[in-house]
Design a protein around this ligand. Structure first.
Ligand SMILES: *[C@@H]1O[C@H](CO)[C@@H](O)[C@H](O)[C@H]1NC(C)=O
Ligand SMILES: *[C@@H]1O[C@H](CO)[C@@H](O)[C@H](O)[C@H]1NC(C)=O
Ligand SMILES: *[C@@H]1O[C@H](CO)[C@@H](O)[C@H](O)[C@H]1NC(C)=O
Ligand SMILES: *[C@@H]1O[C@H](CO)[C@@H](O)[C@H](O)[C@H]1NC(C)=O
Ligand SMILES: *[C@@H]1O[C@H](CO)[C@@H](O)[C@H](O)[C@H]1NC(C)=O
Length: 320
């Protein structure tokens, strides 16, 4: 799996990242405890149970964890990223590699709790591509009780299986998203299955829920995705936007069913749009022929925006 935590910055000179990465329980041997940036490479190459204790990452560096199969990493104390001068951001804060998705029955997944990703310094300063959690090629992932303040997707799932996101608080984002179809050829790389978002709050954001499939990608599928108990407010464009016409970071107006969306469950989705937006829309669904199958929605409440909701596909239980 690979997690990407994007670059961020702060006027104060320090980017403070509170992290508890829970998956190890036993106290590892002292040589497996990372306390300085220079130790990361050696220790991740040699240890299975790794503790990262009060690590400070020098400005401009990405922490690469090339983990051994089955390795676990526990963050203790505060992990601090030194300030990286705008506009040079664009790199990831941390990358985790390990347990490649083709490992069948990969040793457990990963649980991330209590992360606080604060890219608020990018507000009004052109902060972009500051995705909070990008989940690519992962399975058995739990991310919960975390906060993201940024200017791009709060969570974006591109590929993977069996993920549960809960208790996320997203401020300033582009929403909790699925963005699928980056590969031109690989059905596997364009597959997302069994993903649940529950108990999440999205405020002050471009979208609350955004699902997009790339019409210039190869074949794939999104299936068995549930959004439940999602609350939002101050949404500028779309409460819910689902589109099968996405390419190169935008809408094309041309839908394609290369990545059908199957068994999409929405339950208890409530929120309000921005009162100052001239452009707000409660619900927008733009599906290709046979691109959307078997959607069950209930308990959706989003007061109308400036622009009328529009859907070319009707989920069971919801009238657009
Ligand atoms: C981490 O640093 C804090 C002070 O910033 C200190 O209180 C704490 O004991 C340190 N934790 C460890 C595990 O060294
Ligand atoms: C959202 O984040 C901004 C900082 O970018 C902050 O000023 C604002 O109070 C936050 N809003 C909410 C509702 O948390
Ligand atoms: C779906 O994913 C969850 C973890 O989020 C897991 O507990 C569950 O077993 C998975 N279901 C299937 C059918 O694989
Ligand atoms: C979501 O919230 C409900 C009600 O507060 C709670 O019963 C449920 O356990 C929560 N689910 C998760 C996955 O946090
Ligand atoms: C209006 O919404 C569209 C998406 O439908 C977006 O691309 C455009 O930038 C928005 N315009 C403004 C002025 O917000």
């Amino acid at each position: 799996m690979i997690y990407h935590f994007n670059e961020a910055m702060r006027p104060s000179g320090l980017f403070v990242f509170l992290a508890i990465f829970v998956s190890a329980f036993a106290e590892p041997s002292p040589e497996c405890i990372v306390t300085s940036f220079s130790q990361v490479m050696d220790i991740t190459m040699n240890c299975i149970d790794i503790i990262v204790r009060n690590l400070t990452v020098p400005a401009g560096n990405t922490v690469h964890f090339h983990l051994k199969d089955g390795a676990s990493v526990t963050f203790e104390g505060t992990t601090t990223f030194e300030y990286f001068q705008w506009p040079e951001w664009g790199n990831y804060l941390m990358q985790f590699h390990g347990n490649n998705v083709n490992v069948e029955g990969a040793p457990d997944g990963v649980t991330i709790t209590d992360w606080n990703i604060d890219c608020s310094y990018g507000d009004g300063r052109g902060g972009h591509n500051t995705d909070g959690f990008d989940v690519i090629s992962a399975r058995n992932v739990v991310i919960k009780d975390s906060t993201v303040v940024n200017q791009d997707d709060c969570v974006a799932v591109n590929q993977g299986f069996n993920m549960h996101f809960s208790g996320l608080y997203c401020n300033g984002s582009h929403g909790i998203s699925l963005s699928v179809g980056f590969s031109k050829t690989s059905h596997f790389d364009n597959t997302v299955r069994n993903v649940t978002y529950s108990n999440c709050t999205v405020v002050n954001s471009i979208n609350a829920i955004h699902i997009k499939t790339h019409n210039d990608g190869g074949p794939g599928v999104i299936s068995d995705v549930t959004y439940e108990n999602i609350r939002f407010s101050d949404i500028i464009n779309f409460g819910i936007s689902i589109q099968e016409d996405y390419a190169d970071g935008g809408s094309t107006g041309i839908v394609k069913g290369n990545v059908p969306i199957v068994n999409l469950i929405f339950r208890d989705i409530k929120g309000t749009l921005s009162e100052t937006s001239t452009n707000s829309t409660a619900v927008y669904i733009f599906c290709a022929d046979n691109g959307c199958l078997d959607w069950t929605w209930s308990d959706i409440s989003i007061p109308a925006g400036v622009i009328r909701s529009w859907c070319n596909f009707q989920p069971k239980g919801y009238t657009c």
